[in-house]
Design a protein around this ligand. Structure first.
Ligand SMILES: Nc1ncnc2c1ncn2[C@@H]1O[C@H](COP(=O)(O)OP(=O)(O)OP(=O)(O)O)[C@@H](O)[C@H]1O
Ligand SMILES: [Mg+2]
Length: 367
């Protein structure tokens, strides 16, 4: 456990970055520090591994005051990931990842071998290992940054806006990757972001920092939404507070509705009937959706138009483990307003309706 006890940091010139911070970061959980720019999140994080020394107060890791622990030793047990990954530009990816194990005295060859395993764990192709950081995309570099922090298998990971410079699609992938890794590894993670959606998605608990480095609320995501401690927190969560609930509720309890399916082969041989239903879903032989089709589309296709001109592309889909936000998005992005739910292999298992999503939120919030 990491604990802050009345910790303040006043920089030269009298600027208070962190003001009387007291909170406990539990073991094996993901804790997010969120707040606007300049609210002291990074300073608070960097005091944990002594990159910044507090002006007053005590920080303990597993009960030991960090002020009494040699900073180099302390940091060997604490992984640190920053925006733009902070990789060493003149070292190949594999050597970047193996850095800390080598510093800890592991033979280089064994460290490299282990580094390949970690690269795989964070979803990177082994053939990237011999490249230099500049030869990777931003998202790949960020994965290397995470791999490097994990390589020494530290119990604690500090992550300071690791995904801020990444485009939204890759950012979602990396967030999912962190959740997957965390479910396997159960590290004690402190994650800094200014993005409230990222905080709500990743966190077991969220600390909201306000102006002058004052902690405004420390709570689990659902409580931030249902019981913001003050106007600052309510404003920080923003106008979308109502619909942010959707992200926090698992979609697995939604009723599944039938979707009329037409296999590509029956569409081709002309035996498909698509008259009664306005929209049907064209699926391949495996049951993977290809697109929605209506009677016009069937006519066009049989008249010789290519499939891609006859169907309406499949929008977002609800995948296993998805939340109500994804279910609603699937429903609203579908021309039939029936959202496609798929299994792990991408095969259709049924349809979800927007009405059911809203009913599920209401019943959940009444509980
Ligand atoms: N080394 C420093 N010397 C003086 N002031 C500093 C120093 N580092 C940070 N500060 C100040 O402390 C305050 C908090 O900074 P900090 O970097 O912790 O904020 P932050 O919440 O991480 O912001 P951001 O979201 O922009 O990264 C700011 O006012 C900043 O200007
Ligand atoms: Mg910062």
């Amino acid at each position: 456990m990491i604990s802050f006890e009345n910790v303040s940091k006043v920089f030269a010139g009298g600027n208070t970055a962190v003001d009387q911070l007291s909170l406990e970061v539990p073991d094996g959980r993901l804790t997010v520090f969120v707040g606007s720019s300049g609210s002291g999140k990074s300073t608070a994080l960097r005091m944990i591994n002594r990159m910044v020394e507090p002006t007053s107060g005590t920080i303990r890791v597993d009960g030991a005051d960090v002020a009494g622990v040699d900073p180099v030793k302390l940091r060997l047990g604490i992984g640190y990931v920053i925006q733009n990954a902070g990789l060493m530009p003149h070292q190949r990816v594999i050597d970047n990842v193996a850095t800390v194990p080598v510093l800890k005295g592991e033979p280089r060859r064994a460290a490299r071998k282990a580094a390949y395993e970690v690269l795989e764990r964070v979803g990177l192709d082994a053939k990237l290992a011999t490249r230099y950081p500049a030869q990777l995309s931003g998202g790949e570099q960020q994965r290397v940054g995470v791999a490097r922090a994990l390589a020494a298998d530290p119990p604690i990971l500090l992550m300071d806006e690791p995904f801020s410079a990444i485009d939204p699609v890759v950012r979602h992938e990396l967030q999912n990757e962190i959740l997957r890794l965390q479910s396997e590894l159960q590290k004690t993670i402190v994650f800094v972001t200014h993005d409230i959606d990222e905080a709500l998605k990743l966190a077991d608990q969220v600390a909201v920092f306000g102006r002058g480095g004052v902690l405004q609320q420390y709570d689990e995501p659902a409580h931030l939404l249902s019981r913001p401690a003050n106007n600052f927190v309510a404003r920080f969560i923003g106008l979308g507070r109502g619909y942010r609930w959707l992200q926090l509720i698992d979609a697995s309890a939604l009723p599944m509705h039938d979707i009329e399916r037409i296999s590509l082969s029956t569409l081709t041989d002309g035996s498909a009937i698509c008259a009664a239903q306005a929209w049907a879903l064209v699926v391949d032989d495996e049951g993977v959706p290809l697109g929605w089709i209506d009677s016009d589309g069937v006519r066009r296709y049989r008249g010789g138009a290519p499939l891609s001109d006859s169907i309406s592309t499949v929008g977002s889909q609800l995948r296993p483990g998805g939340n109500l936000s994804q279910a609603l998005d699937a429903a609203l992005s579908s021309p039939s307003f029936v959202g496609i739910a798929v299994d792990r292999d991408g095969k259709v298992i049924g349809g979800v309706l927007a009405d059911d999503v809203l009913a599920a939120v209401q019943s959940q919030r009444r509980d």
